[in-house]
Every structure is written in structure tokens, then in C-alpha cells.
Design a protein around this ligand. Structure first.
Ligand code: ADP
Ligand code: MG
Length: 332
């Protein structure tokens, strides 16, 4: 090929690259960001696009979809599927979304040997998290609240939910993740190629950015300090369970809302667990399960899922990171 031709081709390629870079830069510089109070927290949707405003209606629709599924899965609303299932024994005709959450949750329960447990509703109510006056219950009340909970309480047969005991159902460890997955799916169907959904620090990413996604992880004991930053080339979900969000202190002891189903007490092996995985529902349930299991068994559990890893701060403050995630962690 003549040098002239090579030069022309070279210049053309530079032109194409520059145009691409311009589009990507534009996307980065003018994101559309909207927030809503949902799922007991502030939910923010950010759209990265050359003309993000064209997706404003889709963002509204995503918030509506989240509110709709939240009302099915709510622990407090008397008419939610979860409340009605809690007072049922026998078969229950759950909404497809609730059925799907229960299915996924039961899988994680089995995989975690019961550390993840959606049948601890009476225990949760007894401790009073979410009420103005949470308190440490008497041991006999804890024993009573655990009766009928665990792997025998719930099953799904031929697409129907079967409840075998009087356990109260609580999807608090998985529903938020599932709901942001559903919002992400809605945005993608609407044509959104690059976005982030942030539900109080639990994240679901869509698409690639010009630069990798940088996700800050909070220090579990210093609310204004960074523990680490995750640098992700892939759009993944990043979900954290910690003992610092919902807790109270009594007699100098910290009691938080993540229960060890074996004791009915707050799990005491971790301070925080961040799970990175393609889907937020899975990441959410796994973060809760790993929190209960502790760093060794917990990180071993994460190994069983593809493109999934975690960062665990144990009870002594020591940080453990999955092998596959180490190269993506930046320390402050
Ligand atoms: P958050 O929703 O605050 O981000 P998590 O996803 O870790 O935190 O979920 C905590 C919630 O999960 C608790 O408030 C409770 O409703 C529920 N939960 C507590 N212990 C367990 C457990 N062992 N298995 C499943 N769910 C649990
Ligand atoms: Mg969770």
C-alpha cells in the first residue's frame, strides 16, 4: 500500500476514534439523575447518554415499577403478599415477582446451609428493628420466635408457594436487590445503554462507561471514611450488608438487624460484607448470607457463583477479599 493511502486510512481512523470519544465524553458530562424515597432509603437513577432527557419517562416508569414490587414484598403493609403469606399455612397464590424472589431466596438458603433465612419474621418483629424502640428480647421469647422457622417452613412445588408452619416471612435480605434488578431490566428494555441504580448504597450498573466504574465502599466504623474503592470494567451489582446501618446499643453492646438463624441473635462474625455479582438479587441475598457465615465459609460460598466475589470486614476489623476481586480493589 502506498504511504499516501496509509496516511489517509490512518487519519480516517483517528477521526472515527475522536468521534467515538466525543460521544462517550458527552454521555459522561450530561448524565440525568433522579431520586425517589423508596425501599426505606433514597433511590437514585443516573442515565449516561448523549441525550439522557429522552429517557426521563422511562426513569419515572422504573420508579413506579419499584414502588409496585415494594408494595408486594413489604413486611409492614397489611395487604402485601408477604403479610398475607405470613398468616397462611398451606398453598398460597403469590404474585410472580414474589414467587421469583422466594425461589431465588430458597436456593441461597440451601447453598448457605440456612444462614440466609426468609422465615425469621417473628424474630425481626420481636427485636423491633424498624420500630422506634428496638430492644434485646428475653431468651425464651427468642426461642419462641424461632419456632416454625427454617428450612422446613417454606417450599415451592409446581410453581406454587407452600407454607408448612406459622413462620412469618421477611424478604428484607433480598427484595431490595431483586427490585433494582427489575428497574434495570425496564430501563434496558426502554433502550438505556448506560446507567446506575443506587438504592442507599446498593448498586446495579448497566453498560460500560468511558472509564471503569469506580464504586466507593464505606468504612463500617467511620461513616465519613472510605474502606476501599472497587474499579469495575463490567456492569455489575454491588451490595453491602453491614452492622452499622440499623442497630442500637444496650449495656455497651451493639445489636443489629442481621440475625444468625441458629441463635436468634445478631450475627457476630462480621462488621460488613460487600458482594459483587451480575445480579443485585443474588448479591443482596449472598451479602446477608456471608455476613452470617463469616469470612471463611462466606468467601467459599461466593466462589461457587460465576463473576461473583466479596470484600468482608470481620468482627476484629480484618479485611478479607475474594481472590478474583483483589485486582479490582484500590485501597485509600
Ligand atoms: P439492608 O436491607 O439494610 O441493606 P440486608 O440486605 O443485609 O440490609 O438485609 C437485612 C434485612 O434482612 C434485615 O432487616 C431482615 O429483614 C433480613 N434478615 C436478617 N437476618 C437475615 C437472615 N439471616 N437471612 C435472611 N434475611 C435476614
Ligand atoms: Mg441482603
Amino acid at each position: 500500500m502506498s504511504p499516501w493511502r496509509l496516511l489517509v486510512i490512518g487519519v480516517l481512523w483517528i477521526g472515527v476514534a475522536a468521534a467515538f470519544w466525543h460521544v462517550v465524553q458527552n454521555r459522561e458530562q450530561h448524565p440525568l439523575s433522579r431520586t425517589r424515597l423508596l425501599l426505606g432509603t433514597v433511590v437514585e437513577i443516573t442515565i449516561y447518554d448523549e441525550r439522557p432527557q429522552r429517557f426521563a419517562d422511562s426513569v419515572d416508569a422504573a420508579f413506579q415499577e419499584m414502588a409496585r414490587i415494594e408494595s408486594l414484598t413489604s413486611f409492614h403493609q397489611p395487604q402485601s403478599d408477604v403479610t398475607r403469606l405470613s398468616s397462611t399455612t398451606g398453598t398460597f397464590a403469590a404474585a410472580p415477582e414474589v414467587l421469583e424472589i422466594l425461589k431465588q431466596g430458597l436456593k441461597i438458603s440451601r447453598a448457605s446451609d440456612g444462614a440466609f433465612d426468609m422465615t425469621l419474621g417473628r424474630l425481626k418483629a420481636l427485636w423491633g428493628f424498624g420500630s422506634p424502640h428496638p430492644r434485646r428480647p428475653a431468651p425464651e421469647d427468642i426461642r419462641e420466635a424461632l419456632q416454625g422457622s427454617g428450612s422446613e417452613a417454606l417450599s415451592i412445588e409446581q410453581g406454587r408457594v407452600l407454607k408448612h408452619t406459622n413462620a412469618r416471612i421477611d424478604l428484607g435480605g433480598i427484595a431490595k436487590g431483586y427490585i433494582i434488578d427489575r428497574a434495570a431490566a425496564l430501563l434496558q428494555r426502554a433502550g438505556v445503554r448506560c446507567a446506575a441504580i443506587n438504592a442507599g448504597g446498593d448498586l446495579r450498573l448497566i453498560g460500560r462507561r468511558a472509564v471503569p466504574w469506580r464504586i466507593a465502599i464505606r468504612h463500617p466504623r467511620h461513616s465519613d471514611a472510605l474502606l476501599a474503592t472497587l474499579v469495575l470494567a463490567e456492569p455489575l451489582a454491588v451490595v453491602t450488608s453491614g452492622d452499622y446501618e440499623r442497630f442500637f446499643e444496650q449495656g455497651g453492646v451493639r445489636y443489629h438487624h442481621l440475625f444468625d438463624p441458629a441463635t436468634g441473635m445478631p450475627a457476630n462474625r462480621c462488621r460488613s460484607v460487600t458482594v459483587v455479582s451480575p445480579e443485585a438479587a443474588l448479591a443482596d441475598a449472598l451479602a446477608t448470607a456471608v455476613f452470617v457465615m463469616g469470612p471463611d465459609a462466606g468467601l467459599a460460598l461466593l466462589e461457587r457463583y460465576s463473576r461473583t466475589g466479596g470484600l468482608v470486614v470481620d468482627a476484629a476489623g480484618v479485611v478479607h477479599v475474594s481472590r478474583g476481586l483483589r485486582s479490582q480493589v484500590v485501597w485509600p
